[in-house]
Design a protein around this ligand. Structure first.
Ligand code: AP5
Length: 226
């Protein structure tokens, strides 16, 4: 698929941005840029950035814009980003969105295509607070609607399942509040710029994927310069 532009998956924590980004990245060959994954990797490697952001992620708050922008600018300068990329979890504030506009212009890209993922707050909470992952094979379970056969143990590997530190219920509440406070205004920002499409992300992974593909096929070849 020749998109040749930036795709932005915008939506609250647990909306399925990461799940769908991976599928689209496989399908259209664009790199999947998740700022959350980048921070978690920096934390795991104990880099200076990782040490700075670890307590911020643990509280469910947003990382300051300057730290986010430095990391994003470095990443989109890499060769694999020459023909576009998928942002998952970025931008998350209006200053980040403005800085991204400038960055895209400086790299010769047209307007981004922004897809808003809409899901009810109850679903978001249960997707996140119920999420447990196998540290060996990466399988994802949900203790409410897709539990493992034996509680807390991976069906395939027999390994003890782990929870993302920020999926603890009290942190999930703060992440959802941070979205409402700081990220939700971006919906209106991108709507005014005429680049926003909306998907009902409360449906199954397959249904959401079909809806997204339909949007992307319509956008194919337009590269944001209509
Ligand atoms: P980040 O990693 O971006 O996390 P998030 O967006 O808060 O939440 P998720 O990644 O959990 O949600 P998602 O929408 O990707 O859903 P997923 O596909 O995983 O950010 C983490 C932290 O980093 C932030 O809190 C902040 O501190 C910091 N940060 C990152 N970017 C930043 C930025 N730009 N500025 C400032 N700070 C930043 O799915 C969730 C669950 O639901 C999974 O279990 C999945 O299997 C399941 N699921 C997915 N789709 C469906 C479906 N259709 N039906 C049923 N279940 C589904």
């Amino acid at each position: 698929m020749a998109l040749n532009r930036a795709l932005i998956f915008l939506g609250p924590p647990g909306a399925g941005k990461g799940t769908q980004s991976k599928l689209v990245a496989q399908g259209c060959g664009l790199p999947h840029l998740s700022t959350g994954d980048m921070f978690r990797e920096a934390i795991a490697r104990e880099t200076p950035l990782g040490k700075k952001v670890q307590p911020i992620l643990a509280r469910g708050e947003l990382v300051p814009d300057d730290l986010v922008m430095g990391m994003v600018e470095e990443r989109v300068s890499q060769l694999d980003c020459a023909h576009g990329f998928i942002f998952d979890g970025f931008p998350r504030t209006l200053p980040q969105a403005h800085a991204l506009d400038e960055l895209l212009e400086s790299k010769g890209f047209g307007k981004p295509l922004v897809i808003e993922f809409c899901v009810s707050p109850e679903k978001l909470f249960s997707r996140l607070a119920g999420r447990w992952t196998c540290p060996v094979c990466g399988a994802i379970y949900n203790e409410f609607d897709a539990p493992p056969k034996a509680s807390g143990v991976c069906d395939r590997e027999g390994a003890k399942l782990v929870q993302r530190p920020d999926d603890r219920p009290e942190v999930v509440r703060e992440r959802l509040a941070a979205y409402e406070r700081q990220t939700k205004p971006l919906v209106e920002y991108y709507r005014r710029h005429g680049v926003l499409q909306v998907v009902d992300a409360g449906k199954s992974v397959e249904e959401v994927s079909r809806a997204l593909n339909a949007i992307l096929h319509c956008a194919e070849g337009t590269d944001g310069r209509l």
